[in-house]
Ligand binder design. Structure first.
Ligand SMILES: [Ca+2]
Ligand SMILES: [Ca+2]
Length: 81
């Protein structure tokens, strides 16, 4: 699991940006339409540089949206270093 997280952080290039992200935004802020999941479009508002490929990596169950648990991996990734 730890290896996966480090790989994810490297792919997203978030080693520097994510700690600030974790402090300034949370799931409920990014979930703009408040449907309980974060879509690619919603995530792009907070992370303009994110690609569909990055999103697909985060979307571990492949349902096309990020659950609260899937989103948490994004914020926790830098701590693995
Ligand atoms: Ca949403
Ligand atoms: Ca998902």
């Amino acid at each position: 699991m730890k290896k996966t997280v480090i790989t994810l952080a490297a792919l997203l290039g978030l080693s520097v940006a994510a700690p600030a992200l974790a402090q300034s935004v949370d799931f409920d802020t990014i979930d703009a339409n408040m449907d309980g999941v974060v879509s690619f479009e919603e995530l792009q508002v907070a992370l303009p540089a994110i690609t569909q490929e990055d999103f697909d990596i985060l979307d571990t169950d492949g349902d096309g949206v990020l659950s609260r648990e899937e989103f948490a991996v994004l914020l926790e990734a830098p701590a693995a270093q």
